[in-house]
Design a protein around this ligand. Structure first.
Ligand SMILES: C[S@@+](CC[C@H](N)C(=O)[O-])C[C@H]1O[C@@H](n2cnc3c(N)ncnc32)[C@H](O)[C@@H]1O
Length: 271
């Protein structure tokens, strides 16, 4: 693929984006020098952080398989990011080919690359939108084509709600999505936390602040992340370190336990 196919016009390559920096941390190729520099600085400030990105992706695979096992056949992945290994539609459709997936991201590079990945797949689509506009996303043409709101939906918000500041009312936003879902739907969240705060975490978040990226991280406590599940019943084992959510193998768990505790993971079932 040539660069011109995945760099949409108008993208500012002088400031890092979370989607591209995360892609770099995962070993992807859809990032610029500014993203790689930030990724390296963050990894230097907090050695092992890259590993927690991989643990999050391993969780994504487990949680999609869990939801398919529960009978879910449609997924809404918000803040889906730049496609990488084990995307939601690949995991879900490998388990049950009839699964339908709508990806949503506000980052133009993430959306452009997702569009390329989904050419020829009429059971999955991507839309460029800000999660702070639930009605636009839920009422959009692709949502109406792919999702049946009378049936359970697997709503995924992985490593994304910590980019939503308190001033935007993340709890109220999640509730607006919840209200559109049928009972028996599931919500999965992974969210960065400062509960096990260390100096290196402060250094890493300071680096993001100083990078002038439009994406700024809002670390939240266990209680604050739990509140995001209002109206959902957390399934076992509750809100835990990402690698501790029903681990299936050695690759699921961060090699350093303190890294595992940087990201909470939980899954709730709509009552
Ligand atoms: C760290 S990546 C996570 C990607 C994927 N969910 C995962 O867990 O592997 C966070 C993604 O959220 C997106 N994002 C951040 N804020 C957003 C918003 N308000 N609306 C839509 N997408 C957003 C970013 O563009 C980025 O692609």
């Amino acid at each position: 693929m040539t660069q011109s196919e995945w760099i949409p016009s108008g993208v500012d390559i002088s400031v890092p984006s979370v989607a591209r920096t995360y892609d770099y941390m995962l070993g992807g190729a859809h990032n610029f020098a500014v993203d790689r520099a930030l990724g390296e600085q963050i990894e230097a400030a907090m050695p092992g952080l890259r590993n927690s990105a991989r643990v999050n992706r391993a969780f994504l695979g487990r949680v999609v398989r869990f939801m398919v096992d529960q009978g879910v056949r449609q997924f809404l992945d918000i803040g889906s990011g730049i496609p990488t290994v084990g995307n939601v539609h690949e995991v879900a459709q490998a388990e049950a080919p009839e699964c339908r997936v709508l990806y949503v991201d506000r980052d133009p590079v993430a959306v452009a690359h997702s569009e390329l990945m989904l050419v020829g797949n009429d059971r999955a689509a991507v839309v460029q939108a800000d999660m702070r506009e639930p009605e636009t996303i839920l009422g959009g043409a692709e949502a109406r084509r792919l999702l049946d709101f009378d049936q359970p939906i697997g709503l995924l918000m992985l490593l994304m709600l910590h980019w939503v500041p308190d001033s935007a009312d993340p709890r109220g936003l999640v509730a607006r999505y919840r209200d559109a879902l049928a009972p028996g739907s599931y919500l999965a969240i992974t969210h960065a936390t400062a509960d096990n705060q260390s100096e290196s975490l402060t250094d890493a978040t300071d680096l993001i602040k100083r990078s002038n990226s439009p994406d700024q991280v809002n670390l939240r406590t266990h209680a604050e992340v739990t509140e995001l599940f209002d109206g959902f019943e957390l399934v076992e084992p509750g809100l835990v370190g990402c690698g501790e959510w029903r681990p299936g193998g050695p690759g699921d768990i961060a090699s350093q336990p303190d890294m595992n505790m940087l990201v909470y993971a939980g899954v709730g079932r709509k009552l």
